[in-house]
Design a binder for this molecule. Structure first.
Ligand SMILES: Cc1ncc(COP(=O)(O)O)c(C=O)c1O
Length: 360
């Protein structure tokens, strides 16, 4: 049996569930092949992983590859528990934070159990909700990105709040999220993929609430986006339920070894995070001086809006200069550029290119 393609080359096979046939799929940020570009488009750390990580990577034994990995990632659970002041039973290892989002939607949502989240936010949420076949209730933030009061009353089985939020960098206070956890009848997943760069975090909520899941990623402050490792923090019963949904060996042996070593090197982690935070403030100020509107960010990126130039034009002109930032061609974001904080040198290149572009 051959797949039939229509004139627009859309696949119409009839094999897939209807929502999969219709889905466009998530569109990741562009990954240029050349390495000498200024890449500020996918919120990676501009710094290499800890030297300790490179050491354990070089010492991986053939036996570690021959065998299946530890299904629970025990070494990582222990290290992450210590750092977050919880027990290993409060931790579940994931193949990137993205896997935890998929697991949570699969665990809590279906046709009669919707998901809800404030928008604009991480564009993967609606994609995963569609794959799961559940409704996605999108509640708009106000113009200052305050948590919408209506979010507490959607009746969703799973409410997701990205904090700091992407792509805005805005931060909802721990007190507000505590009240939300208290008001919700369903589960609250707080996506803390960018919390490394924030002043506070919500891990403490796990002690008091049996409906809170914290998502963490090793892709940002720990410089391990290429390894694919994240984790959940929640009460043991919630963790045990999520474990039923994960693949049996969802994190591989190399990833467990490398991520454990990275999370243990808190000194190196803090040093890199502080550099990014300092440079974020400097870049924000420079962009503001050039006429961009840049709200305060608690993440490793800023969202910049120019009142006098089209964001899409600036984006194209930056690409011509081998500088990549992120442009979202969707209502509410299509007048803005999301810029990852790079090294000082990369940020300087960006600023100097923008100065040229704005004079053209
Ligand atoms: C808001 C948000 N949540 C979760 C993730 C998942 O990160 P990862 O799968 O790399 O751990 C990302 C990745 O960029 C993100 O932006």
């Amino acid at each position: 049996m051959y797949a039939i393609r229509n004139t627009k080359y859309e696949l119409i096979m009839g094999y897939f569930r209807e929502n999969i046939e219709r889905a466009k799929g998530y569109e990741p940020g562009f990954q240029p092949k050349e390495i000498d570009v200024v890449k500020l488009n996918t919120n990676e750390s501009p710094y290499p992983p800890s030297p300790e990580v490179m050491k354990v990577l070089a010492e991986i034994k053939p036996e570690q590859l021959r065998r299946y990995p530890d299904p629970l990632g025990t070494a990582f659970r222990q290290a992450a528990a210590q750092i977050n002041n919880v027990e290993p039973e409060n931790i579940m290892c994931c193949n990137g934070g993205d896997e935890l989002l998929r697991i949570a939607l699969q665990a809590f949502c279906d046709e009669t159990r919707p998901a809800a989240y404030p928008v604009p936010t991480y564009s993967l949420y609606p994609v995963l909700a569609n794959l799961q076949g559940c409704d996605a209730i999108e509640v708009p933030f106000d113009s200052e990105f305050n948590l919408p009061a209506k979010l507490a009353g959607t009746g969703a089985a799973l409410t997701i709040v990205c904090n700091p939020n992407a792509p805005t960098g805005s931060f909802v206070s721990v007190e507000e999220l505590t009240s939300l956890a208290d008001e919700l009848s369903g589960v609250l997943l707080i996506d803390e993929a960018y919390v490394d760069y924030a002043e506070k975090n919500c891990a403490g909520l796990v002690k008091d609430f049996d409906n809170v899941i914290i998502l963490r990623s090793m892709s940002k402050g720990y410089s391990l986006a290429g390894i694919r490792f994240g984790y959940a923090i929640a009460q043991p019963d919630l963790i045990a339920g999520l474990m039923k949904v994960k693949d049996s060996y969802n994190v591989d042996a190399v990833a467990i070894t490398v991520s454990t070593s990275a999370i243990k090197d808190q000194q190196y982690f803090r040093q890199n995070v502080e550099k990014v935070k300092t440079d974020r403030e400097q870049l924000s100020e420079q962009l503001r001086e050039m006429g961009f509107d840049v709200p305060e960010s608690q993440a490793n990126f800023v969202l910049a809006e120019s009142k006098s130039y089209k964001a899409a034009d600036i984006y194209d002109r930056l690409v011509q200069r081998n500088i990549y930032v992120r442009y979202f061609n969707v209502p509410g974001l299509n007048d803005k550029l999301r810029i990852t904080i790079g090294t000082k040198q990369q940020n300087d290149k960006l600023i100097s290119a923008l100065k040229d572009i704005l004079q053209e």
